[in-house]
Design a binder for this molecule. Structure first.
Ligand SMILES: Nc1nc2c(ncn2[C@@H]2O[C@H](COP(=O)(O)OP(=O)(O)OP(=O)(O)O)[C@@H](O)[C@H]2O)c(=O)[nH]1
Length: 215
């Protein structure tokens, strides 16, 4: 069979979960990444999922992206999608100190549910175009990301700044874990799960120094 026919078939599929307080721009970041479109209106999300194929360092990756609800009334759904997620975009708005604070709880929950301190995470300070309304210092957000050993990006869904970069960084983290040779010994399957399924969890993780990307 000609290999060229299969050259662009994704070799990996990952579940990405976009989390953060209500109104920080999760849906807008996702819509810009998946459809290249800007949404001006605010329509609170319940839960939306998207499938999109991306090329990362020459490799085709299929992403299943879950855009979650920031509002409190839907928090009961969180446990479920945190279990399924393999990589997390933690989004706050640089115009809201409270939205950064909310990430602390979300990150704690992810670590608890995944039972994994080094699960792939990217911290996103969105709405970076609203410079006059900034409430969160870049240095402060970066310090938090360092403590969490996760990269920090300032982004703007409106200007499409760092939109691709945050998703690609997360993909790279997930690919690195998938590629790591010692992962083969660390794989284990959920009780009762079909071992041939691709839903796998990893116990030991690789540390990568935090990065700060500024506009
Ligand atoms: N100026 C500016 N506005 C933004 C940006 N991202 C989102 N917004 C606006 O912020 C509002 C909320 O954006 P959403 O993407 O719906 O926020 P969300 O986090 O998905 O909100 P929930 O669904 O409630 O969790 C909308 O009016 C967007 O137009 C940005 O980068 N810059």
């Amino acid at each position: 069979m000609p290999s060229s026919r299969y050259a662009y078939q994704p070799s990996r599929e990952f579940h990405v979960v976009v989390l953060g307080a209500g109104g920080v721009g999760k849906s807008c970041l996702t819509a810009q990444f998946v459809h290249n479109e800007w949404i001006e209106s605010y329509d609170p999300t319940i839960e939306d999922s998207y499938r999109t194929q991306v090329s990362v360092d020459g490799r085709q990756v299929m992403l299943e992206i879950l855009d979650t609800a920031g509002t409190e009334q839907f928090v009961a759904m969180r446990d479920l999608y945190m279990k399924t997620g393999q990589g997390f975009l933690l989004v706050f708005s640089i115009t809201s100190r409270a939205s950064l604070q909310e990430l602390v709880t979300l990150r704690d929950e992810i670590i608890r549910i995944k039972d994994d301190e080094n699960i792939p995470i990217v911290i996103v300070g969105n709405k970076a175009d609203l410079v006059d309304q900034r409430q969160v210092d870049r240095a402060k957000a970066f310090a938090i990301s360092q403590r969490w050993n996760a990269p920090y990006y300032e982004a703007s869904a409106r200007t499409r700044t760092n939109v691709d970069e945050v998703f690609v960084d997360l993909c790279r983290q997930m690919l690195r874990r998938d590629d790591a040779p010692d992962n083969s010994q660390d794989l284990y399957y959920d009780k009762g799960e079909d071992p041939s399924s691709s839903r796998r969890r990893r116990k030991r993780k690789h540390k990568h120094g935090p990065r700060c990307t500024i506009l």
